[in-house]
Design a protein around this ligand. Structure first.
Ligand code: FPP
Length: 250
């Protein structure tokens, strides 16, 4: 597919949905869906590197997912830890920086220590930042940011009037990362499910009926190509955007 390199999103976020249904349709346990979903994670990382995406954020485990059967939660955590162990050398080799966002305190020591280790080992990598959202809730992320800011106000470090959009952003889990340009959700569900509510303020959305284990490089390129055709106006008129683009091309 002909991807216009100038119109590749800097930050892609993906809600990887449909693993359970994928497995059920094959008469398999749900965990097989997750295990097959890992192959799609690898494909998404490779395609991000190939296309020049700079940040890829994957919704691996929501805070609400703790309510799933204990065996499924356990299997998911094991999958994440074992795959991180396995992939670490190739991340370093390919320039993939690993980070994770969410409620770190809710994770087991084993998961947290492995993720912290991967963060440290890849801190120097610069080609792609891979962000895994685990035990993540966007509403909690915003409440935590509000708490941190309020604490500073109470302690007299800042005035209430100093609180602005930039300060909110700095206090998110990964406030240094750019806003999401393209949000993808698989499995035919058209909802955001408490994912990156702040960061998607001006994102383009791409929905596909494919279940996550069936999501491959081709479908990812389709989403990026769709993104390239969108006119992003950020509140301006179409005429203003066209004028700006013609000036930029000169
Ligand atoms: C949603 O499908 C998927 C998840 C809750 C888990 C996604 C996690 C992975 C693919 C593993 C990630 C691994 C690494 C290394 C990052 P669902 O179970 O909600 O599907 P359903 O809606 O069909 O039931």
């Amino acid at each position: 597919m002909d991807i216009n390199k100038k119109k590749v999103p800097a930050h892609v976020a993906i809600i990887m949905d449909g693993n359970g249904r994928w497995a059920k349709e094959r008469g398999l346990e749900r965990v097989y869906g997750h295990a097959n979903g890992v192959a799609s994670v690898r494909k998404a990382i490779k395609a991000s590197l190939d296309m020049g995406v700079k940040v890829l954020t994957l919704y691996a485990f929501s805070q609400e997912n703790w309510n799933r059967p204990a065996a499924e939660v356990e299997a998911l955590m094991l999958l994440m830890v074992s795959n991180m162990k396995q992939e670490l050398p190739s991340f370093i080799e390919q320039g993939v920086r690993f980070r994770y966002i969410g409620n770190r305190a809710a994770l087991s020591d084993e998961v947290r220590e492995e993720f912290d280790y991967c963060e440290r080992q890849t801190a120097h990598c610069e080609r792609l930042t891979l962000v895994i959202a685990v035990s993540y809730s966007a509403r909690e992320e915003l409440a935590m940011a509000a708490q941190k800011i309020a604490r500073r106000a109470v302690e007299g470090e800042i005035r209430v009037e100093d609180i602005d959009v930039d300060m909110m952003e700095e206090n998110l889990y990964a406030g240094d990362l750019p806003a999401v340009d393209l949000m993808i959700r698989t499995s035919g569900e058209i909802r955001i499910s408490n994912f990156l509510l702040w960061q998607v303020a001006y994102a383009e959305f791409y929905f596909t009926d494919l279940y996550w284990p069936d999501f491959d490089e081709k479908e990812y390129e389709k989403a990026v190509e769709y993104y390239g055709r969108r006119e992003r106006r950020f509140g301006k008129t179409s005429e203003q955007i066209k004028l700006e683009n013609s000036i930029n091309q000169e």
